[in-house]
Design a protein around this ligand. Structure first.
Ligand code: AQP
Length: 333
């Protein structure tokens, strides 16, 4: 399946809960588009999920659900590889090697490290600090050059480029410098409950909409989303209202969102109607995903087959890179 002419793509998703609209609009829609034009490897990055507090049983269930959510969202294992990070040991092997050439100061300045450290002050460990090194290894073990992500991941891809330059300088030209592919309009979908923060699994289930959620839950969450007391006099839209407009545009299209924008401008808007329209647009757009999820849940053998085939193909690519890396850095074979 892998070709020499097409550019190679890697991206991953942490199984820390259910896949939400931020993941879907910020990353997965690009993943789906790129599988037709690029050689793509997508991963459920379960080692990354272990860098914040987790429950082993939930991790297992979340990884399985994430796989189902990705397939239901349009990831097609006939067109790309869909793998589980922990099943391909070359990821962690390369992470160790890259860790030996990555200065601590580069890692300490990564914004997500500071955020997660503030969020979980009793859970500071090497794995959390080294998260971006493992992410670099995820990308580089396949020598991928494109990384479709939301904008919170941009610093990690930049760091990967720095690590590549350092490795190539020390051991000779080995890795290409990857580039983040970020969809500007949906680079950061905001939380429904704290709209100044990005929609995130860790902000709690009321703050996000899972792509497999039932209509009544979607309605409930959108109807209680944080807005404001009405269009402010300075015309500066609050983050909660702007987020609803963005969701309406993504799922309902330009016509309906322009209608509400007009009402916002002439101050006749009623947020309850904006919310109803947004909820209905999301519910309708996600209906095929809910249907596909139900079909996949009934067919666990299919999931096993998909995982096994991708695992073999991806492991062969990763091993090819590692043979080159081991020889360059002087490991005895
Ligand atoms: N709110 C978002 N808007 C746009 N893109 C987003 N992504 C995540 N949240 C948003 C993108 O989704 C991909 C997978 O992300 P992830 O689940 O691996 O990690 P994350 O960014 O840490 O996601 P969460 O939901 O915030 O997880 P927790 O709470 O566990 O940390 C990435 O490309 C990401 O940019």
């Amino acid at each position: 399946m892998i070709t020499v002419e097409k550019e190679r793509v890697f991206s991953g998703m942490r199984p820390t809960g259910r896949m939400h609209l931020g993941n879907y609009l910020g990353a997965v829609q690009n993943w789906v588009r790129m599988q037709d034009t690029h050689d793509c490897i997508y991963a459920i990055v379960d080692y990354h999920a272990m860098t914040t507090p987790y429950d082993p049983e939930e991790l297992n269930a979340d990884a399985r659900n994430m796989l189902i959510d990705l397939l239901a969202s349009g990831i097609d294992p006939e067109k790309c590889m869909l793998v589980v990070q922990s099943q391909i040991p070359q990821h962690t092997e390369l992470a160790w090697i890259l860790g030996t050439i990555t200065p601590l100061s580069w890692l300490e300045r990564v914004p997500t490290y500071k955020e997660k450290a503030d969020m979980h002050p009793d859970y500071l460990h090497l794995g959390l600090l080294g998260y971006p090194v493992l992410m670099s290894a995820d990308i580089l073990v396949y020598r991928a050059t494109r990384v479709p992500v939301g904008d919170d991941q941009k610093p990690h891809v930049e760091l990967t480029r720095e690590i590549v330059r350092r490795f190539n300088h020390l051991f000779g030209e080995t890795f290409p410098e990857p580039q983040a592919r970020i969809r500007r309009e949906t680079a950061r979908i905001m939380s429904l409950t704290e709209p100044e923060k990005k929609m995130s699994k860790s902000l709690g289930p009321q703050s996000y909409i899972g792509i497999g959620e039932e209509p009544e839950d979607i309605r409930g969450k959108i109807m209680s989303a944080v807005t404001d007391a009405g269009p402010p006099a300075d015309g500066q839209m609050s983050p909660g209202v702007a987020n609803l407009f963005l969701l309406l545009e993504c799922f309902g299209g330009d016509d309906i969102s322009s209608e509400f924008e007009q009402q916002y401008e002439d101050r006749s808007i009623r947020y309850v109607q904006l919310k109803e329209a947004t909820a209905e647009a999301i519910i309708e757009s996600l209906a095929p995903i809910r249907k596909k999820r139900r079909e996949l849940l009934e067919n666990p053998q299919l999931l096993e087959r998909i995982m096994e085939r991708s695992r073999e193909e991806a492991a062969a690519l990763a091993e090819e890179t590692m043979q080159d890396v081991r020889a360059r850095i002087g490991l005895l074979r």
